[in-house]
Design a binder for this molecule. Structure first.
Ligand SMILES: CC(C)(COP(=O)(O)OP(=O)(O)OC[C@H]1O[C@@H](n2cnc3c(N)ncnc32)[C@H](O)[C@@H]1OP(=O)(O)O)[C@@H](O)C(=O)NCCC(=O)NCCS
Length: 143
């Protein structure tokens, strides 16, 4: 059974492995360690017998910004990503949640729309390697 917990510095290697396997804009172990040190940074991890996925976010005022989320391919379409977003919301139910996603990432866009995120705007060429537009999406707070 999947359990969600806060990530620890000792998880940085596994987080980086899943990020590298799943994302064009992946984070190194050092990037995860640095994020873990941030006062307004949140990293939640999903695990059963091994690490299944993670969500990284930062809180600015009344807004949570999802910076990265990934689930290992063998754990996808089993509700793990939804559990990670839900656990983040439970930590800060007073916050709206915002994120950016590559326009080509149709599976992630479907995932976010399934969870109730709405498209706010297109941000031209916000990504590099490869260069691509981003879509900003937002979910209003649960209150
Ligand atoms: C996006 C991601 C985190 C979703 O994680 P997940 O654990 O597979 O998602 P869930 O199982 O919680 O999916 C919940 C719902 O979202 C939608 N959804 C999820 N993946 C989808 C896909 N590939 N295609 C269409 N809809 C999808 C479905 O409605 C799904 O419900 P269902 O399985 O009952 O139909 C995962 O696919 C992933 O790690 N992708 C690679 C990394 C990435 O692109 N991250 C986002 C960067 S912005």
């Amino acid at each position: 059974m999947i359990r969600i917990r806060k990530a620890l510095p000792s998880d940085a290697g596994e987080l980086s492995r899943i990020s590298r396997e799943s994302l064009a804009d992946h984070w190194s172990e050092e990037a995860f360690l640095s994020h873990l040190e941030g006062a307004d940074s949140i990293i939640l991890l999903a695990e059963d017998s091994c690490t299944a996925g993670f969500i990284c976010a930062s809180k600015e005022g009344e807004t949570l910004y999802i910076e990265s989320i990934a689930v290992s391919s063998e754990y996808r379409r089993q509700g793990t990503g939804a559990q990670l977003v839900s656990a983040l919301h439970r930590m800060h139910p007073e916050c709206d949640t915002v994120l950016d996603v590559r326009t080509s990432n149709s599976s992630a866009i479907s995932f976010y729309e399934h969870l109730g995120f709405e498209r706010l705007c297109i941000r031209r060429r916000m990504y590099s390697s490869p260069a691509e537009d981003g879509i900003t999406m937002k979910m209003k707070c649960l209150h």
